[in-house]
Every structure is written in C-alpha cells, then in structure tokens.
Design a protein around this ligand. Sequence first.
Ligand code: SF4
Ligand code: SF4
Length: 207
Amino acid sequence: MSNSLNNNTNSIPYARLYSLFTVRTPLAADCGAVCGGRCCRRLFRGEEDAPSGMLLFPGESAFRQAAGWTAGTLLPSGQDSLFLCGGFCRREERPLACRIFPLFPALEADGRIRAVYDPRAWRVCPLVRMHRHVPLERPFVRAVRQAGREIARTPAGRDFLARQTEEIREFNRFLRLDRERAPICRKKTAPAGENRRASITGKEFLS
Ligand code: SF4
Ligand code: SF4
C-alpha cells in the first residue's frame, strides 16, 4: 500500500484509521460469534428488495482501489457510495463503516465529535437494541471518536459527517438514542473478596 496515500493533508488517512480497529472491537467478547454476525448477513440480502450496504467515507473508495482491494461492489448513493460485500470479506480489507459499527462519529453543532449509537443499525445489531444492558469497550468508543476527529480535519470529511449526523438526528426523532448515556464499558463493582477484575463483557446479555 502506498504511503503517498496518507501524505496529502487534504486526504483522510485511511491506513491509520483502519489500524485503529485492528484489535479494538465493540466488546471484549466476539459479538459476531454470539449474534451470528448479523451485520455481515441480512444487511446484504436487501430485505426490502432495496440494495443495502456499508457507506464508504469520502475518498475511501480511491484508497481501497490504490491498495489493490477489488472485492465487493460499489453502488452510488446520493453524493456517496455504498459498498456491497456479499457477507464475507478479508478482515484487513473491511471498510471503515464496518470497523466502527454500530457507532458513528457524530459532528456536534459546536464542532466536537461524539461517538454515538447509529440508529440506522437498530434493526440489525443487538448491541444497539440492548444498549442499556450491554456496555461497549472504552478503547473502541475512543477509537471511533478519534477516527471522527481525523475525518473532520478535511472539508470533505466534515461535510460527510455533518450530512450523516443530520440523518442520524432524523432517525433519533423516533428512536431517541441520542438521549442515552455514552456507550462506555462500565466496570462491575466487585463485592469485597470477589475477583476485582470481573467485568461485564456483554456476552452475558447476548447469549
Ligand atoms: S456489531 Fe452487532 S450485528 Fe455486528 S456482529 Fe456485533 S452484535 Fe452482531
Ligand atoms: S465488508 Fe466484511 S465486515 Fe463489512 S459487512 Fe461485509 S463481511 Fe461484514
């Protein structure tokens, strides 16, 4: 993969953003093993005969092409592109939207980035529907925020985040996920004498 892809200060450093999520995942446990990898299956069947896929961020398609990743199909979606994968991929090639799922780095009115549950993942992802019971890993949530900050440094990235945040706001008029507390993993308070390293992994609720 060419380093020149990341040397342009006007471009989003996808190699770095992808690497943020090499080991960071929503839960310490493999949530895909518990839910059957729903985000890599149903989404792509087109449940209502409409093509659905993962939204690529600005310039991500060019980054992927330059990296020689040719798997998947691209579909135009308004100003953006959808990536359709057929439900399987090489892990190191998965798009950014798959890595941050089911969160999104929302651009707030004051310019700050907040990692929020993406209400568009409500139907697919049990982590969104069970957000009150299944906390997410703090390093994962922080990485989503960090990725959002990097993206917001470019005009195209800021514009994209603003548009997506507006769409999320529209969904939240019904789902009201924006009223929920930040999706951060909370350590279980261990009673005296119990193993103090015990914590909620999320698996307890999903199985
Ligand atoms: S992110 Fe959600 S839908 Fe995807 S594997 Fe994890 S729990 Fe399942
Ligand atoms: S690209 Fe990979 S991670 Fe993303 S939805 Fe498809 S199979 Fe899942």
